[in-house]
Design a protein around this ligand. Structure first.
Ligand SMILES: Cc1cc2nc3c(=O)[nH]c(=O)nc-3n(C[C@H](O)[C@H](O)[C@H](O)COP(=O)(O)O)c2cc1C
Length: 351
């Protein structure tokens, strides 16, 4: 797949997620194999006004490249200005959000709201493409609702406006995040597209990522919620793409990466927000480990980061005891399982 100077075969990509994909998480996912990462979406109006919260999201680090800055808005002038500000922050490309379903965004005609105004979506895109030197991409949904699946039209419009790749989340706006993502529309969009298509929605495991490529024939696969508290999914998916099924991370690794993530989060956001934003990650970091509910309840309530780290290290010790005592034989067996070669199913082809 090619976006400007970036050329990666079948990239596995970290989705933009507000309050999740800050630099600490992006860098962690990068280290575990994410091929491309995106910032959280940034308001064009916020950038224009110089709002501290928006401007802070522009910060990127060299060790996370290639990285895209994602912007959203509903006015041509503001989006052009925001794109120029984003370009000055030196990302590898700029992504435009045409998918956010939140009322405060879509209700004001931005994000997925622009699916109801495709001419404006086209005009914003063309103006941004013209204004910046960097490649421009977009991320969208398959349509507004089940009666208005407009993705094939969107592909053509955005291609015509000059974007270099399109990410498609296989849900409508009215679905929000509920129901299953419809990969068949992603497949159909890929069939008519002349630019690279990145598929997104319901990739929860490495096997899902491989299946997504096979079923939709997309150029790249984007993982959102499946990566929360689970940056290991990139390592597993990259290996499985090569036919190697890795064992899941051990409890030692999960706990120590969670601690490292917490420290990075605090370094970036400060103690209060660093601790708060880590809360959505703990359930996945510790999923399936013994007697986890008590420790999880503690972690999502505790405000002092030192106490969180102490509790996690204590819990690591508790896990050791469980495995020594053999009460979790089955889990221990899974965790200690060695890499296996895996024969992948043949790709699904058109009949
Ligand atoms: C907490 C959260 C925040 C999100 N923020 C953004 C965002 O800033 N920009 C965007 O394009 N999509 C955003 N999304 C949507 C995801 O990028 C992705 O399209 C969606 O979660 C579907 O993929 P998944 O099934 O792999 O999670 C967000 C999703 C979640 C769960």
């Amino acid at each position: 797949m090619k976006i400007g100077a970036i050329e990666i075969d079948k990239p596995i990509v970290l989705a933009p997620m507000e309050d999740v994909t800050d630099p600490s998480f992006r860098r962690l996912c990068k280290r575990f194999g994410a091929d491309i990462v995106y910032t959280e979406f940034i308001s064009s109006e916020g950038l224009r006004r110089g709002a501290a919260r928006s401007c802070r999201k522009l910060k990127i680090f060299d060790d996370e490249r290639p990285v895209a800055i994602q912007i959203f808005g509903n006015e041509i002038e503001a989006m052009v200005e925001a794109a120029l500000i984003a370009e000055a922050a030196n990302p590898d490309f700029i992504d435009i959000n045409y998918g956010c379903p939140a009322k405060k965004v879509a209700g004001r005609g931005a994000g997925s709201g622009l699916l109801c105004n495709p001419t404006l979506m086209e005009d914003i895109t063309a103006a941004v493409v013209k204004a910046v030197k960097l490649p421009v991409t977009a991320k969208t949904r398959i349509g507004w609702d089940e009666h208005n699946i407009t993705i094939l039209d969107t592909v053509k419009r955005l291609e015509g406006a000059g974007i270099q790749a399109l990410t498609i989340h296989g849900r409508t706006r009215s679905q929000m995040f509920k129901g299953a993502a419809d990969w068949t529309w992603i497949k159909r969009a890929k069939e008519i597209a002349t630019i690279p298509i990145i598929g997104n929605g319901d990739i929860w495991t490495a096997k899902d990522a491989v299946k997504h490529f096979q079923i939709t024939n997309v150029d790249g696969a984007m993982i959102g919620r499946g990566a929360i508290g689970n940056p290991f999914i990139f390592r597993e998916a990259k290996a499985l793409m090569q036919g190697v099924e890795l064992p899941p991370p051990t409890f030692h690794e999960r706990i120590h990466v969670a601690i490292e993530h917490l420290k990075m989060s605090i370094e970036w956001k400060g103690e209060k927000y660093g601790v708060l934003e880590m809360r959505r990650h703990y359930a996945s970091y510790l999923k399936g480990l013994p007697n986890v509910s008590k420790v999880r309840d503690f972690l999502v309530r505790e405000e002092q980061w030192q106490n969180i780290i102490d509790r996690l290290l204590e819990y690591e010790h508790e896990c050791e005891q469980h495995f020594v005592e053999g009460t979790f034989d089955k889990l221990a067996q899974t965790l200690n399982d060695h890499s296996k070669r895996l024969v992948l199913e043949p790709a699904v082809t058109e009949s």
